[in-house]
Design a protein around this ligand. Sequence first.
Ligand code: NZQ
Ligand code: ZN
Length: 397
Amino acid sequence: MKNFSYQNPTQIEFGRGTIQSLSGLLPEDARVLLLYGGGSIKKNGVYDQVKTALAIPAPIVTEMSGIEPNPEYETCLKALDLIEEHNLNFILSVGGGSVLDAAKFIAAAAWARGNGTAMTEPWDLITGQAPIEGALPVGAVLTLPATGSEMNTNSVISRREIGQKIGFGSTHLYPRFSILDPETTFSLPLRQTANGIVDTFVHTTEQYLTQDVNTPIQDRWAEGILTTLIEVGPRCLKQPHAYQYRETLMWASTMALNGIIGVGTVQDWATHAIGHELTAMYGIDHGRTLAIVLPGLLSHEKQAKKDKLLMFARRVWGLSQGDETVLMDEAIGRMVLFFENLGVHTRLQEYHIPPSAPPLDECPGIIAEIFRKRGGKIGENQAIGPKEIEEILLSRL
Ligand code: NZQ
Ligand code: ZN
């Protein structure tokens, strides 16, 4: 096991009716920016629940809607202006991972502006050209289980004018609290539920399907999440109002990316890095890009990941027949079938490609070129460079 240091300060309020606890979780002097997305919270009653919970003791609240899926840098800048104008000191995210990621970036940028961090523009905090030395406190009411953002340090922001989507993180970005009421997820479209299941699955494999460095506890935790998703995911799609499935998926996604299953492990994250480029290029949902890339990446890296892929085959899929290559191929095949049965396609040609975007056959080369310019290699062994990325994507057309 690798040495590790782990501390997670986020308070979780989990279960039915927990939005009521909101006002007690806010600091007494909170002047709140209530941030949300395109309006799902107004349709499913979550907005009303939040407003009711905030009515006593009625902190100062300024609202901003319009955070888009794959949150946009320019939109976040508008929130920064609101914070300055109204002298706000707390950001409350109500929605999915995109709203929360936006809240985290806005929190870091507002702090940097207020404390004179040297930067040419807030984008520097995302690229790492300026350090994140603090952030306004953030709290969350989560309505979409997928990203784990509710209990982690990460955020992913897009800047469409330059075609970039970049993930970054800082311990300053842990939410102070996250309220997870599974009933808020009853209204999710099947597509978003399926995206969340796949995202959670791949967060787990990014930390599990690497090298065996003697992490048996973490491996069993990962297998627990994967086998639960395989069992409960399809049931939840069939019965979207079944609370027991919703609560299971919600806790699975938090546990998959709050750092706990990854302590002491060797981690990959190449599927995510390549997937972000597919979202930037074609606008494909995050979870779906992962379902496209992961089968290709695992097949390409079969030898480097052999021990863990065999563990995955035997313990997650219950396979025992055939030689090692057969077992690994069969495990990858079962995973593809699982994604497809959730309605998440695993090949690029099955997605809508906007007419203004590059044709599919050019995509592997273009994305490889982006990584070539960026320099360095990705994956747990830093072995996946432009050539490998092109090969992986060519195998997924
Ligand atoms: O905008 P509204 O109207 O709220 O609608 C949203 C949005 O259209 C809708 N939605 C959310 N909750 C709903 C609902 N509709 C009905 N009922 C509800 N209860 O769902 C749509 C998608 O929401 P979004 O927040 O974009 O989805 P998700 O939570 O999957 O977040 C995706 C973003 O998170 C990033 C992704 O790259 C992507 O930008 N990630 C963040 C990570 C992190 N912070 O740790 C890690 C992940 O790997 C991921 O990269
Ligand atoms: Zn993800």
